[in-house]
Write a protein that binds this ligand. Structure first.
Ligand code: 5AD
Ligand code: SF4
Length: 448
């Protein structure tokens, strides 16, 4: 048996998975001294962190695994291939039927047991652990290592909302909030390493209820206030939220905590009350709009983004028209829209779904055209303004440019020295292309 030296983790899906992948790398660096590599060809351990939120994400799992087998494992049988995340959680051992060359399978809640699973897998045993020992996970993770000026920090795991279309409560389990001090400690450890911006994560993070040392409970607003007091932290984000849990204490945080970024991602899913009821969302379109009015009053200039599902079972042309009307009324700056896909085990999967796919696709195209117009109009309002960005690193299509993000989460590319990485700088926005802004360093400074 050779000693594995390099690890490649490929992440599919959401930011929770990005967080988990970083923790996977931390755990295996700590236990086995594995060094992370971006190049799968260099790796001795290949892990795929999967997502099952929509059918398309799930389909990717087997094509990725197949490619790993074809390109690497059939030449190097000692290579360890592992599958984690939500598909592993839902499929468990059955995954091995479709991909028998997989050596280890772990769920979102068993990352801390990976060292043991890896030892078993190398001993050629099947190594499977997709249980939900929720409290354990965080108690057994090593201290995180920063990989730049921004970091994700998990505040809570799972979801107990059970929206009728969604697989998350089944794959990640019920809501579990980490104790307040644990989250604050993780943020402080990151801040020590130069992190300036943290994103507090949870599938339903505004339901955060973390135990405090004095036997009380802190909500997300309280967590944000306390994170804002940690030296070095200049900007705080959180994602993702559910409208019902969006309390007045959180609205107040937008008014009172300047470090809280002027952005809110608040999934609405549909603008039709009938469909919202069938989705078990627990609110109407009017209630959603009233809520965002309150946040906007608390933080003028707030950027609002959302998620929308098109073609939920039984969605009529009228229901869809209500969604278009809500998108306009809410004035979203950006929205992520998806065609509904039935997820095994969810209540909506049992509903009759008569709308032809072609109709759903046509609705999606109309919705995306509207969102695109709104998004474009929004970014154009930014041209000529001075915005504070946190400089994150070299821009993707480089040419000496750096990139950073505005509080509203939009990316800006600009020419400057790499010494600015990790700093907040003011940029004058000079131009927009489809999804990226261009800027130049501005002489004036103002607070983030
Ligand atoms: N079909 C389509 N989209 C879905 N989402 C969640 N479940 C489904 C599904 N079954 C979308 C929702 C959610 C986002 C992360 O994914 O819009 O907010
Ligand atoms: Fe899924 Fe979000 Fe609903 Fe939870 S709140 S069930 S994660 S869509």
């Amino acid at each position: 048996m050779t000693t594995p030296r390099k690890l490649h983790v490929k992440t599919l899906g959401c930011q929770m998975n990005v967080y988990d992948s970083q923790r996977i790398a931390d755990v295996l660096a700590h236990s086995h001294g594995l060094e992370s590599t971006d190049d799968p060809a260099q790796a001795d351990v290949l892990l795929l962190n999967t997502c099952s939120i929509r059918e398309k994400a799930q389909e990717k799992v087997f094509s990725e695994l197949g490619a790993w087998w074809h390109d690497y494992k059939r030449y190097r049988p000692e290579l360890v291939i592992g599958v984690g995340g939500c598909v592993a959680s839902q499929e468990g051992d059955r995954l091995r039927e479709r991909a028998p060359y997989v050596d280890l399978i772990f769920g979102p809640q068993t990352i801390h047991r990976l060292p043991l699973l890896l030892n078993q897998a190398q001993g050629r045993q099947a190594a499977v652990d997709v249980s939900f020992p929720e409290i354990e996970k965080f108690d057994h993770l090593p201290l995180p290592r920063a990989s730049g000026p921004t970091a994700f920090v998990s505040a809570m795991e799972g979801c107990s909302k059970y929206c009728s279309f969604c697989v998350v409560p089944y794959t990640r389990g019920e809501e579990f909030s980490r104790p307040l001090l644990d989250v604050l400690t993780e943020v402080a450890v990151y801040a020590e390493q130069g992190v300036r911006e943290v994103t507090l994560l949870g599938q339903n993070v505004n339901a955060y209820r973390g135990a405090t040392p004095r036997g009380g409970v802190a909500d997300l607003a309280e967590l944000i206030r306390q994170v804002a007091q940690i030296d070095g932290i200049a900007r705080i984000r959180f994602t993702t939220s559910h409208p019902v849990e969006f309390t007045d204490t959180l609205v107040a945080a937008y008014a009172e905590v300047p470090k809280l970024a002027a952005h809110l991602h608040l999934p609405v899913q549909s603008g039709s009350d009938r469909i919202l009821r069938a989705m078990k969302r627990g609110h109407t379109a009017a209630e959603y709009l009233a809520k965002i009015d309150r946040v906007r009053a608390a933080r003028p200039g707030l950027s609002l983004t959302t998620d929308i599902i098109v073609g939920f079972p039984g969605e009529t042309e009228d229901d869809f028209a209500a969604t278009l009307a809500l998108v306009e009324a809410a004035g979203f700056d950006e929205a992520y829209s998806f065609i509904y896909s039935a997820r095994p085990g969810t209540p909506a999967a049992a509903l009759a779904d008569d709308t032809p796919l072609a109709v759903k696709k046509e609705r999606l195209a109309r919705l995306q055209a509207l969102i695109e117009r709104q998004s474009q109009a929004y970014v154009e309002t930014l041209v000529g303004s001075v915005q504070t960005v946190l400089v994150e690193g070299p821009a993707k299509r480089g040419q000496g440019r750096l990139y950073g993000r505005i509080g509203n989460n939009r990316v800006v590319n600009f020419l400057a020295s790499e010494q600015l990485v990790g700093q907040l700088v003011d940029l004058k926005i000079t131009a927009v292309s489809v999804h990226t802004l261009r800027g130049e360093l501005s002489s004036s400074r103002h607070a983030a």
